[in-house]
Design a protein around this ligand. Sequence first.
Ligand code: DX5
Ligand code: ZN
Length: 218
Amino acid sequence: MRNKKVLVGASILSEDFFDIQKTIKKLNSSDVDFIHLDVMDGVFVPNISFGPAFIKNIRPYTKKFFDVHLMVKNPLPYIERFVEAGADAISVHIEAKNAMKSIKLIKSFGKKCCIVVNPKTDAKKVKKFLDFVDAVMVMTVEPGFGGQKFMENQLVKISKISNLIKKSGRKISLEVDGGINFETGKLAVQNGVNILVVGSFLFKQKKFNETILKLKSY
Ligand code: DX5
Ligand code: ZN
């Protein structure tokens, strides 16, 4: 039986950045477990979002945990800036430059760290990171944009990684990002996921907090 409680984080990528205080207030009065912040450099992914200054600006307005997802080609020189900006957890891609060095640096600041795998990356590649990370995150869309369709072919990889985590005997979370809704969220959890990141589906809902609670109940 699964004993891990499902945690839900909200990705604000598809929200109006001009009116971000409204989004933050909505999240503050909800049961969401964390805020997922998508940083994009226009090189690692074909889109540009925001950097540490934006994160620093919103930090005083919420006590929620900040999960910073770095979709950048070389995260290493920027880790410290994101720590200073108020990140509680930082995720780096396995496909990025200096992934292992970045993970170790994040740990050295006492922050939670997560290794992320793109849809085309093999599950086996995460093995060498399992001694160092707090979480593994599987992308279920090609990173770059919110509102894409969940790639069901990633479910096999999710359960393979879930088994690798079990075998490691370590307390590592398994997280999924991209195209999460009630149906795909449930599929992910059934395959071993305990953290769901949800963006456009959540913010479209009239029953905002009920949506969060339903996803958390999986
Ligand atoms: C994709 C981002 C995701 C995405 C989630 O590159 O990393 O966090 O914004 O949004 P939805 O739930 O709309 O796929
Ligand atoms: Zn993300």
